[in-house]
Design a protein around this ligand. Structure first.
Ligand SMILES: [Zn+2]
Length: 103
C-alpha cells in the first residue's frame, strides 16, 4: 500500500492514489533530497518524484491514518472491524469523529 507521501525514482510512476484516502496525489517531479528520515540523518539525497496527498494535513486525514494504523496493529478481528467501520464513515463525511493529536 502506498502511504500519504511517496517518493519513487523520477519518471517511474505516472500517478498514485493516497493509501489513506484514495485521492489522486499531487506530484512534484524531479525533486532532490532525502526520502526517509534515515537518509536525512545520514545527510544523503537522491532524485525522486515527490507524490503527496493534498489532504494529508487535514484533521480527518490524520485520524484515518491513525485508525488504519490501529486496525493493522490490533490482534483482535473484532476491534479491526470496528476501526475500519469508523474509517469508512470518516472517509464518507471527511469530518473527524474525534479530536486527535498530530503525533
Ligand atoms: Zn490522502
Amino acid at each position: 500500500m502506498i502511504p500519504e507521501v511517496y517518493c519513487p525514482d523520477p519518471g517511474t510512476v505516472e500517478s498514485a492514489d493516497c493509501g489513506i484516502c484514495e485521492t489522486k496525489m499531487d506530484v512534484t517531479r524531479d525533486a532532490y533530497g532525502p526520502t526517509s528520515s534515515l537518509m536525512g540523518m545520514a545527510g544523503r539525497k537522491r532524485k525522486h518524484d515527490f507524490f503527496h496527498c493534498p489532504h494529508r494535513k487535514e484533521k480527518w486525514h490524520i485520524q484515518v491514518k491513525q485508525l488504519k494504523e490501529a486496525a493493522r496493529k490490533t490482534p483482535s478481528k473484532t476491534f479491526e472491524d470496528i476501526y475500519l467501520t469508523e474509517v469508512a464513515e470518516i472517509l464518507k463525511t471527511r469530518q473527524p469523529s474525534k479530536e486527535v493529536s498530530i503525533c
